[in-house]
Design a protein around this ligand. Structure first.
Ligand SMILES: [Zn+2]
Length: 425
């Protein structure tokens, strides 16, 4: 129903003052049966959101619609702020272990794949992402980010880390090839202070937002006897990475499962720890004290098929992840949502929500991890993650209450980013 705009009603409902532009004919109103107040943790009934250009100018219950506004009525749907996945890889596909993209795909082809991945991610309701390693596609993530910002292709708002820093023989260094065979690598292999400094400056030059480093090895590098991952960079090397990144005001994200590599990374001041399934209490306490974010990426470590068929290593890692998640919750570690999409199919980014709830997180906190918390991680607190006047108009809708059934986040029916509708089913 379209009614005349009433300033007094707005003031009663919201105690906000609408800018004059709110009454212009260019405004769009989105109506839904309710919207989620992610900060308050409650559904606001009879939701009305007024959008002008890129921004939300008013949001509340039962607001009247300005004259001339176009109305999008989403009926029984529930509105949420656009979701954030803080750990993606648009430049890889899930088949990368058996179809090494460095050897078999050109970077232009991989960029085309990344464009498709960006679209799938946006249509799944993820309006902002942090892409943490182009995995050998060099600066393709920068290109996709900029093409999205310029309106060339549809996709989420992106922060990127270009080429992750690693070491010879480390996580992203191709295993198993004969020593006389030299092929390009996934990350940037930097084995000296000079190489670290030069690579960080190169990444800044070509447009990185973050510096990513591999502080510990891969799951293959975990000793099952004591579940300890091998560190990669030394303490002094991690300190240098953070110091050089900080000079250019680039935050650092550390792939770190646990052990000394993770402890060094946290104590030296990385902004986020990725994966972290083997973080012990000492590291989690440090993270809670420092406000270091944890981006857990849980389900990417699940095996194929039923659990009984998983190998011992997979079961041990998944069990450790569950235990660490429970301890992190108790200690109040700041958790930001991230999936490792790319190792998972693009567009399935909602996959970790039900796992986090199963592991003991409340549904509202799981949603906060992908809205306000992830916005804080990305320094986007004042722009994304909430449906409030002044925020960017990133809105999604789901068919029913996600606090009652978190899996509905995998069934997004409406997506608006920056005030532009990309999906309306
Ligand atoms: Zn990853």
């Amino acid at each position: 129903m379209i009614r005349r705009f009433s300033a007094s009603l707005i003031a009663t409902c919201l105690a906000v003052t609408l800018p004059a532009a709110a009454q212009s004919s260019a405004s769009t109103v989105i109506r839904a049966s309710a919207m989620l107040d992610v900060v308050g943790g409650r559904l606001v009934p009879d939701a009305v959101v007024l959008v002008e250009g890129h921004r939300i100018v008013a949001a509340g219950s039962g607001l009247e619609v300005p004259d001339g506004a176009s109305v999008i009525d989403l009926g029984d749907s529930i509105l949420l702020p656009g979701l954030i996945d803080a750990h993606t890889h648009l430049c890889i596909q899930p088949d990368y272990p058996v179809n090494n993209p460095i050897l078999f795909k050109s970077i232009p082809y991989r960029t085309a794949e990344a464009v498709a991945a960006a679209r799938a991610t946006l249509l799944a309701g993820f309006t902002t992402i942090r892409d943490v390693d182009s995995e050998g596609a060099d600066w393709a993530d920068v290109a996709v980010r900029d093409a999205i910002n310029d309106g060339v292709v549809p996709g989420p708002r992106m922060q990127v880390s270009t080429r992750a820093l690693s070491i010879t023989g480390g996580y992203m260094n191709t295993d198993g090839l004969a020593p006389q065979i030299d092929v390009p690598q996934f990350g940037a292999l930097v084995d000296s202070p000079a190489a670290i400094v030069e690579e960080i400056r190169r990444e800044v030059k070509y447009g990185t937002d973050w510096i990513k480093l591999y502080a510990t090895g891969t799951t293959r590098h975990i000793h099952l006897e004591d579940m300890t991952p091998l560190p990669q960079f030394t303490h002094d090397e991690i300190a240098l990475v953070i110091r050089e990144a900080s000079r250019f005001r680039r935050p650092v994200a550390a792939h770190a499962y646990g052990g000394q590599g993770a402890l060094d990374a946290v104590r030296l001041g990385v902004r986020s720890v990725e994966h972290g399934m083997l973080l012990d209490d000492v590291i989690l306490d440090e993270m809670a004290d420092r406000g270091t974010f944890w981006v857990p990426t849980i389900s990417v470590y699940f095996g194929e098929g039923p659990r009984e068929t998983w190998d011992e290593r997979t079961r041990a890692i998944v069990d450790a992840h569950r235990d660490t998640f429970a301890r992190a919750l108790r200690k109040g570690v700041r958790i930001a949502y991230g999936t490792d999409a790319g190792a998972l199919p693009h567009g399935t980014n909602a996959v970790d929500f039900p796992v986090m709830v199963e592991y003991g997180m409340s549904p509202i906190d799981a949603i906060r991890s992908a809205t306000v918390n992830a916005a804080d991680l990305l320094y986007e607190t004042d722009r994304v993650g909430r449906i409030e006047a002044g925020m960017l108009a990133d809105l999604i809708a789901v068919p029913s209450d996600p606090l009652a059934d978190i899996t509905v986040l995998g069934h997004v029916t409406f997506v608006m980013k920056d005030g532009v509708v990309y999906l309306d089913q």
